[in-house]
Design a protein around this ligand. Sequence first.
Ligand SMILES: C[S@@+](CC[C@H](N)C(=O)[O-])C[C@H]1O[C@@H](n2cnc3c(N)ncnc32)[C@H](O)[C@@H]1O
Length: 374
Amino acid sequence: MSKDLDRVRDQWETLAKTDPFWAVLTETEYHDGQARKDFFDSGRTDVRMLLEVLDRHGKSYGDVAVDFGCGVGRLTYALAEHCKQVTGIDVSPSMIEQAQAGNPFPDRVAFVHNEAATLPFDDDSVDLVISVITLQHIRPALSLRYLLEMARITKPGGHLVFQLPSHVPATRPMPPSLSKAQLHVLEAPTSLEVGESGYVRVGVKNISQGEWLPGQLLNAGNHWRLHGAMVVQDDGREPVRCPLRPGESTEALIRIMAPGEPGSYELEVDLVQETVAWWAERDSPTVRVPVEVRAKAPAITAPVDEAPAPVVAKTTGDELEMNGVRKDLVYALFEQIGCTVLEATPDERAGGHWLSYVYAIEVGEYRIDINHGI
Ligand SMILES: C[S@@+](CC[C@H](N)C(=O)[O-])C[C@H]1O[C@@H](n2cnc3c(N)ncnc32)[C@H](O)[C@@H]1O
């Protein structure tokens, strides 16, 4: 297995053991397996949206489908409401275990753990492959391999429908006269353990004379200060919802992580136009709140025969990276191997400032035999 795959597997495995539903959809309501029904309903909505793309082109879904990067089965179960046989594939054994445990269609839906850069299916053996919020965390060289693999396993006339970010568009610096914000901390923890995650909710008001336009990579972010000195510059980031006209306000919920050493810190929130400047450098006022960072509580020891299940750290401290493959390259790749891109629909799942698309591909007769090299 490649180092890339090792890394991806280890990260997802940690997340799957910690908080699998939230690892799939990072909305706060899904923490610790809450709102299960809403979680799986969201899978139905997503699958309907993916299949609607094929409906628009008058294409059928076929009987045999694969969900690449299936997680706990959110989309896999939903896909089984449209296709006779569905297989969910995932690099994380714990995700697969969870998906299997809740499988409502055990006779028609299978879950397979796969740590290879190839997909465990014969050539031309499936009608449809879907994938959502998975390829975006895989490095492009590997994503391209998976895309070729998806085409290999799909019958001519079958389809791939997947979401994949393209890139973050270059930004023009906002003029300093627009970089004026009033920030309020609406909610923040007063105390956290070292390395523990939490949320800070911030009110953001445009107090400049001009409109903040969308697409300018404007984020609310936080630093950590100790005795006034900045000890962590880059921690959480959350996009500021734009457009925002002069005098208008919005809110941002920033996911923060306490520093690694205990102490009486200040959490400082500022706005940042990515790759351009923190607004404090432009004399826009920041806002600070005290947060006590505590040492980790000592583990409670129990007699061996009643030892609790091992506690897994709440976060890896190692954020999942975002990756994209340029839209032009996706088109060229599929055209090169005789497939047709039916459409690339703009999609917001990658969040932040990524341009991301849902691609619908019709697989053609001619494809390169990947197993014999390109
Ligand atoms: C954010 S979750 C999305 C799960 C599912 N697609 C959904 O939308 O509910 C991403 C999933 O992709 C899986 N994954 C990441 N890299 C993978 C790879 N190389 N092969 C298979 N699965 C992978 C992760 O383990 C994780 O379960």
